[in-house]
Design a protein around this ligand. Structure first.
Ligand SMILES: *[C@@H]1O[C@H](CO)[C@@H](O)[C@H](O)[C@H]1NC(C)=O
Ligand SMILES: *[C@@H]1O[C@H](CO)[C@@H](O)[C@H](O)[C@H]1NC(C)=O
Ligand SMILES: *[C@@H]1O[C@H](CO)[C@@H](O)[C@H](O)[C@H]1NC(C)=O
Length: 445
């Protein structure tokens, strides 16, 4: 019924523009016009009695009647009859011409594939008729970090960069905390206290082993933050793939400005405010990077990596990086250096991609903006491939103070004692000591 009403609208629009009823400029024709009009009137009333339900069709046919029939003029009609007001005055505006149909009607008829679109674009602009504003929301921050994009689709989407430098929305920069872990985070209770009260300034991403089935409480800051993950082997190139996956997922949120990679054995050394402003305000990225001429440095380079990578460009680092958005995009979209590592850097040949890919790539292309130091404290004093692990009793206020301010480094061009924001590695049983010292030494909890 509503559809029928609507399909008549185009016919109506033709009525006012038609000129066939106003051709009587010649006075000689005036009389015959009146006669014809009278006949038309008779015919019209007859017709309208047949088609009462559709008065517009009648009007339409009336327009074409005069030229069709030149009948003998009946004398009765010589004197001009009083014009029937119903037909001489412009036809009463049918209800369809004036105020537009109610919005729901339009919405439904628009969605019907059988109906032609309404002829006038103004129809969708009537007040109260436009659909709810969609805006940029879903584009700027995915509501759910779980998605079904393939790896290829994810990296491609994450590599997109706006070319307009100002934001058409209020952008509060966030720090992305990316946890690369096997399963449960033993220091989660400490992190919960660290994050509490700072919602809107951070995002969390969890890359966990696909077999891990554990979950966290709904109230936890880690709830619903698990990203689609794949198996990771120590020292293998799939470790870098996991890091790229974390970066790509974090890049989908356009408010993420800094990206820090953490493990389950990491803890924060400062409160959230300090770490947030340190990273957001930094003019540099924090990826450790050095040239190691020994067998555990340049010794892992292979000539097969030519011509993309020369041995002079080969660098080593600890894996736990902190980068800005520009570098994060460069890492997820690197299709020049990364394939070389995928092909020629494998643990079985003594090449550990997680220690060489990022520093080598950054050294070649992004060295100028890198601080060449890590913000994650690690104790390498034991030598060998694994750093020292602190057990519960080793965690003392003195150790924490040493990690926090026992070194000197440069920050935004000035020397500082605050070089480390995070530390590793700690055995899970050290948690109780951190919870004990955090309020006094680290200013939270
Ligand atoms: C960055 O530093 C400026 C002063 O140097 C300070 O006013 C501002 O609050 C800092 N930003 C953050 C996010 O801490
Ligand atoms: C870091 O190393 C790069 C070369 O990879 C160099 O260009 C840059 O000046 C270094 N930055 C600092 C702060 O030493
Ligand atoms: C580094 O680890 C070694 C071995 O566990 C330990 O003796 C040393 O005190 C640690 N250094 C620091 C600064 O914690």
């Amino acid at each position: 019924m509503k559809a029928a009403q609507y399909s008549q609208l185009p016919i109506h629009h033709q009525l006012p523009s038609s000129s066939s009823m106003h051709q009587t400029s010649n006075p000689l024709k005036l009389l015959s016009c009146f006669l014809l009009f009278g006949i038309g009137l008779v015919l019209g009333t007859m017709l309208s009695s047949y088609t009462k339900s559709s008065p517009f069709n009648t009007l339409q046919s009336l327009q074409f009647l005069p030229p069709l029939s030149p009948p003998p003029p009946p004398p009765r009609l010589l004197s001009p009859p009083p014009p029937p007001p119903r037909l001489l005055s412009p036809p009463p505006p049918p209800p369809l011409l004036s105020p537009p149909p109610p919005p729901p009607l339009l919405v439904f008829s628009l969605s019907s594939p059988l109906l032609p679109l309404p002829p006038s674009p103004t129809i969708i602009l009537y007040p109260g008729q436009s659909p709810a504003r969609i805006g940029l929301k879903g584009y700027l921050e995915p509501s759910n970090v779980m998605h079904d994009m393939t790896e290829e689709e994810l990296l491609w989407r994450a590599s997109m960069v706006p070319r307009i430098p100002t934001h058409p929305y209020k952008r509060i920069p966030k720090v992305a905390f990316m946890f690369l872990a096997r399963g449960e985070l033993p220091f989660a209770p400490l992190w919960e206290k660290f994050f509490r009260g700072h919602e809107g300034l951070f995002t969390i991403y969890l890359h966990l082993s696909p077999e891990y089935t554990g979950d966290v409480a709904k109230e936890s800051v880690f709830y619903g933050r698990r990203i689609p993950s794949r198996p990771v082997e120590w020292g293998e190139v799939n470790m870098i793939e996991a890091e790229r996956r974390l970066l790509a997922n974090a890049l989908l949120d356009f408010s993420n400005q800094r990206f820090v990679l953490l493990s389950e054995a990491c803890v924060p050394l400062w409160n959230f405010e300090t770490i947030y402003s340190y990273l957001i305000n930094s003019t540099q990225t924090f990826v450790s990077l050095y040239d190691d001429p020994s067998s555990t440095g340049r010794g892992r380079y292979s000539k097969s990596m030519l011509p993309q990578i020369h041995i002079d460009q080969w660098r080593k680092s600890s894996q736990w990086f902190e980068v800005d958005r520009e570098l994060a995009v460069a890492i997820v979209s690197d299709d020049f250096y990364f394939p070389v590592f995928q092909k020629f850097c494998h643990a079985q040949w003594g090449c550990y991609a997680d220690e060489h890919y990022l520093p080598t790539m950054i050294n070649i292309k992004y060295g100028a903006k890198n601080s060449n130091r890590s913000v994650t404290f690690v104790n390498w004093s034991l030598g060998g491939p694994h750093p020292a692990r602190y057990y519960r009793k080793q965690v003392t206020p003195e150790l924490l103070r040493w990690m926090r301010e026992g070194s000197t480094c440069m920050y935004n061009g000035r020397p500082t004692n605050i070089c480390f924001l995070f530390a590793r590695k700690f055995l899970p049983n050290a948690l109780i000591r951190f919870e004990l010292f955090a309020p006094k030494v680290m200013g939270f909890g």
